[in-house]
Design a protein. Structure first.
Length: 199
């Protein structure tokens, strides 16, 4: 397996035993929960109060980072047209401090970021957090539900392909195309505040 500095996973509806098996296969020993609300009505074993003991039983640790790195901002200025603006969310010092805290733990543990969405390109863990980490030179592997691990670079290639179907990005340079692809996907999947939901 390619050496990754850290991993990400979306819990979706994975059974608890399968979840810990996927983490073990990747060599992860700590979950960094980046959900703004660390609860699940449909899969209660992924609510923080149940997840921490589940992980402890598998000799893994639980770390909550949803306040700093979650996808549902409390600050109204971090929304654009009622939709969470990932580019704006990456700017505050609190977000950068969250990344620093994450990397401090990653220096001592095999960390895996966790949110709820199954597919990385449907989730802020990829479109916001992993993007910011990659910009710092961190190598990231996204654990997929079939047990494979996709490099963040491969995920970005899929993101570009998806964006290419949605518009003509090919006139721009690679960096501009990728930034536009991130922006398009974030606009499609980011958290919608009450004003956007009413539309």
């Amino acid at each position: 397996m390619t050496a990754f500095d850290l991993f990400t996973i979306g819990h979706s509806n994975i059974p608890p035993e399968r979840f810990t098996t996927l983490l073990r296969a990747a060599g992860a020993d700590t979950i960094a929960d980046v959900r703004s609300v660390p609860a699940s009505r449909f899969c209660p074993w992924f609510s923080a109060k149940n997840l921490a003991p589940l992980l402890a039983g598998a000799n893994m640790d639980y770390l909550f980072l949803g306040d700093e790195l979650g996808g549902r901002p409390r600050d109204p200025s971090l929304f654009r047209d009622g939709i969470a603006d990932y580019e704006a969310m990456a700017r505050p010092s609190s977000f950068r401090a969250g990344l620093d805290r994450l990397l401090s733990h990653a220096a001592r543990h095999r960390l895996c970021l966790m949110c709820s969405e199954r597919e990385p390109i449907d989730c802020h863990r990829c479109l916001l957090v992993a993007r910011a980490l990659a910009a710092r030179g961190v190598t990231i592997g996204h654990i997929l539900h079939d047990g494979s691990v996709e490099s963040h670079a491969a995920t970005e290639r899929r993101l570009l392909e998806l964006a290419g179907r949605d518009g003509d990005l090919f006139a721009a340079g690679q960096d501009a195309r990728l930034a536009a692809a991130y922006r398009l996907r974030a606009h499609a999947v980011a958290y919608r505040g009450a004003s956007a939901k009413r539309r």
